[in-house]
Design a protein around this ligand. Structure first.
Ligand code: BG6
Length: 481
């Protein structure tokens, strides 16, 4: 029996431009939705598109402006990734570095140069770049002038972006993800897709117009990627996490099924190439029209993704009973509390077995290779008397997840390309805007208010992950400190 992870298993770490780069106005970069999302109590309403916010104001602090300043620290950071032995590094391209307004004819050379240097630096250490083309960002200009993704013209601008990227980085980048957590459109429309609702409009209708346009854009990207270089591998990306029924009551089971379908809808289209029947029927019942144009169906059908990537932080629970309403936190996805699980300091429930369950569900459904591109624990790290971060809680979380991931591969036969932990280095939280919600193996000296030297230092988990990679996932042991 074949055991363990494949020899070329891509162990790595993940980040996103808006959460780590900073340099929001450097190198000719334009303004994006993700820049103008502040920390604090207004963040929630802004993320979910209930408040219009398209510029900075003096009343708020905007953590993405500087983030951890990877724009200037990337060489130092990549050297640390190399020391850890990373085989791959997942990062995203800020659209506004390449096309500052989004609708220009020609790209911004300074932005391309920045990513070229970053990619060359990775290749210097034999680290495979894994590029997310869009991780929640959208040029503000496209929102103001075109209404963002609700406008089909934006699909053409996206095509221009990806065509530039695939050509420029041909032979250097093989793995591409079209949209991070594409299902976030339904839950955090402004943060997820730069969507600002107009007064009185049918928000559900608008969300599915946006979804259709992003799905078309994703299929076009897949097409162009394969045309430019047949070696390119393109993946979709979903915020995954199985919904369990709260009880064996068939009504709860049905509710869980529908909640799962709502998520799978996106990758059903991206991977199977057509709108699933359950979605078409439901949208029809709700009076929601998908703006299909001639050729759309063929495009979706002919250009499906090569692999399925996903983030996994937690499972979720569904109930059909309106009286069951004790909700818990987690990636903006509302879920009933699961009494069998512990939770992180932010209330995200911890379910390593759910990871294996989710992987099985995805693999059974799509029969394409999977790639785990986010998994991790957001926690408060406090340096001990010697200034060291002894983050056994983080190691515990990751160890348990790597164990069940291994079972999914060894015992269930899931075809898995790689695993990138979320926040390989501390960065700004997407949900809360906090720095103190840390995920990294590398500590960054910066706090929620933007104070700190930005100095990088290794946590205990740094050496542990190095050992995991060196042993290709065989040696997960550590001694509690
Ligand atoms: C995923 C996102 O939803 O979860 C990341 O793709 C995000 O951008 C991660 O950072 C963790 O969420 P948070 O809110 O703890 O940063």
């Amino acid at each position: 029996m074949e055991m363990g992870f494949r020899d070329d298993f891509l162990w790595g770490g993940a980040t996103a431009a808006n959460q780590c780069e900073g340099g929001y106005d450097e190198g000719g970069r334009g303004l994006a939705n993700v820049d103008v999302v502040p920390i604090g109590e207004d963040r929630g309403p802004i993320i979910t598109g209930q408040m219009k916010h398209l510029d900075f104001d003096d009343a708020h602090f905007y953590p993405a402006k500087k983030a951890i300043d990877m724009y200037h620290h990337f060489k130092e950071d990549i050297a640390l990734f190399a020391e850890m032995g990373l085989k791959t590094y997942r990062f995203s391209i800020a659209w506004t570095r390449i096309f500052p307004k989004g609708d220009e004819q020609e790209p911004n050379e300074a932005g391309l140069k920045f990513y070229e240097e970053l990619i060359d630096e990775l290749l210097k250490y034999d680290i495979e770049p894994l590029v997310t083309i869009t991780h929640f960002d959208m040029p503000i200009h496209l929102i103001q002038e075109y209404g963002g993704w609700r406008n089909r013209e934006v699909v053409d601008f996206y095509e221009r972006l990806v065509t530039v990227l695939f050509n420029r980085f041909k032979g250097k980048v093989k793995y591409w993800l079209t949209f991070n957590e594409i299902n976030m459109i339904l839950h955090a429309p402004f943060m997820g897709a730069g969507l600002v609702f107009e007064e009185g409009e049918n928000q559900e209708q608008v969300k599915y117009i946006v979804a259709h346009h992003e799905l078309l854009a994703s299929a076009i990207a897949t097409k162009v990627a394969h045309e430019v270089d047949p070696e390119n591998m393109v993946g979709c990306m979903i915020a995954a996490g199985q919904y369990y029924p709260n009880t064996p009551n068939p009504a709860d089971v049905r509710q869980a099924q529908m909640d799962n379908q709502e998520n799978y809808f996106f990758i059903d289209v991206q991977s199977r190439g057509e709108y699933p029947a359950y979605a078409l029927k439901q949208l029809e019942r709700e009076g929601i029209e998908i703006p299909f144009e001639e050729g759309d169906k063929e495009l979706l059908k002919e250009h499906t993704v090569d692999f399925i990537s996903f983030s996994y932080y937690s499972s979720r629970v569904s109930s059909a009973d309106p009286k069951v309403n004790e909700k818990t936190e987690g990636n903006i996805f509302a879920s009933v509390k699961n009494p069998y699980l512990e939770a992180s300091e932010w209330g995200w429930q911890i379910d390593p077995l759910g990871f294996r369950i989710t992987m099985n569900e995805l693999y059974d459904r799509y029969q394409k290779p999977l790639f785990v591109v986010e998994n991790g624990l957001g926690a408060i790290d406090t340096p001990d008397a010697d200034g060291n971060i002894v983050d056994d809680y983080r190691i515990d979380y990751l160890k348990q997840h790597v164990e069940t991931m291994k079972e999914a591969v060894e015992l269930d036969g899931v075809d898995l390309l790689g695993y990138t932990t979320w926040g390989v280095i501390d960065l700004v939280s997407a949900g809360t805007g906090e720095m103190k919600k840390r995920y990294g193996f590398i500590y960054v000296d910066r706090d929620n208010e933007g104070n700190g030297t930005l100095a990088r230092s290794k946590k205990k988990s740094f050496d542990w992950y190095k050992q995991v990679i060196e042993s290709n996932g065989e040696d997960l042991d550590y001694t509690k400190g």
